[in-house]
Design a protein around this ligand. Structure first.
Ligand SMILES: [Zn+2]
Length: 246
């Protein structure tokens, strides 16, 4: 990804090298951005900035992990979308905007980039080299979430980006429709998850390291009837399945 300033260089400029040092309020402060927490109607966060100074407001009415992600997202706007008069209000849809959709509008692409920035600022690859060979399951997701103070969903997404194993993460609505998915780099592009899960109440049972047939999650055109390891969790909004191939 082309950065004006990468998350890694933001961290390195301040001398941050350990997970517990990733204090987002402090990082914003060093970048000349004041951070305010207050209730916002209809937005997760916003940023208003001039050439070298900004004010970021984060909605205080959401979960702390969401507030942290929103702040990191706004730091992404501040470091990468800075112009003469920066004024951006970010909705829940913006904070959830993924990169892998085709035909993104300029607005969506900017929001997706701020989300990648946020994820990499909070979970920097240079601190996570061990993760690449760890099992793709809930134990590793929880380890990332507790080490980096991140949500289980964003930790699961980062695990799939960093693992060397063939693996996938998919996000489903409670009625079984697929909302988003991502493959690890070693999983073939020809493997597609189902568009919707036929019996979500039976499929969406929390699990960790459970062997199932790939046909439970994978489209019949790319399923081989072979075993994979699933880990399933529900964060109250969506159901997330982590799939790992032997
Ligand atoms: Zn935004």
């Amino acid at each position: 990804m082309a950065w004006v300033k990468s998350p890694t260089s933001v961290l390195r400029d301040i001398g941050i090298s350990q997970p517990h040092e990733i204090d987002l309020d402090f990082i914003a402060y060093t970048l000349n951005a004041e951070v305010i927490y207050e209730p916002l109607q209809g937005y997760e966060a916003n940023i208003f900035g001039s050439k070298d100074k900004a004010v970021i407001t984060v909605n205080s009415g959401t979960q702390v992990s969401r507030q942290r992600f929103s702040l990191a997202h706004e730091i992404g706007h501040w470091t990468n979308d800075r112009g003469k008069n920066l004024s951006i209000e970010c909705s829940t849809g913006d904070i959830n905007q993924k990169q892998n959709g085709k035909g993104l509008t300029a607005h969506q692409a900017r929001e997706a980039r701020a989300n990648v920035f946020a994820s990499h600022l909070m979970m920097p690859e240079f601190m996570m080299v061990d993760i690449a060979n760890m099992p793709v399951n809930m134990d590793t997701v929880r380890l990332i979430a507790s080490t980096y103070n991140t949500s289980l969903v964003s930790s699961a997404g980062r695990l799939i980006e960093l693992t060397k194993k063939p693996a996938m993460v998919a996000l489903w609505s409670h009625n079984g429709n697929r909302r988003w998915f991502d493959r690890s780099t070693s999983l073939s592009d020809s493997v597609w998850p189902l568009q919707s899960i036929p019996h979500p109440h039976q499929a969406f049972i929390e699990s960790n390291n459970t062997i199932v047939s790939d046909s439970k999650w994978i489209d019949p055109r790319s399923a081989k009837g072979e075993p994979l390891t699933e880990s399933v969790f529900d964060n109250g909004f969506d159901v997330i399945s982590l799939l790992s191939w032997p």
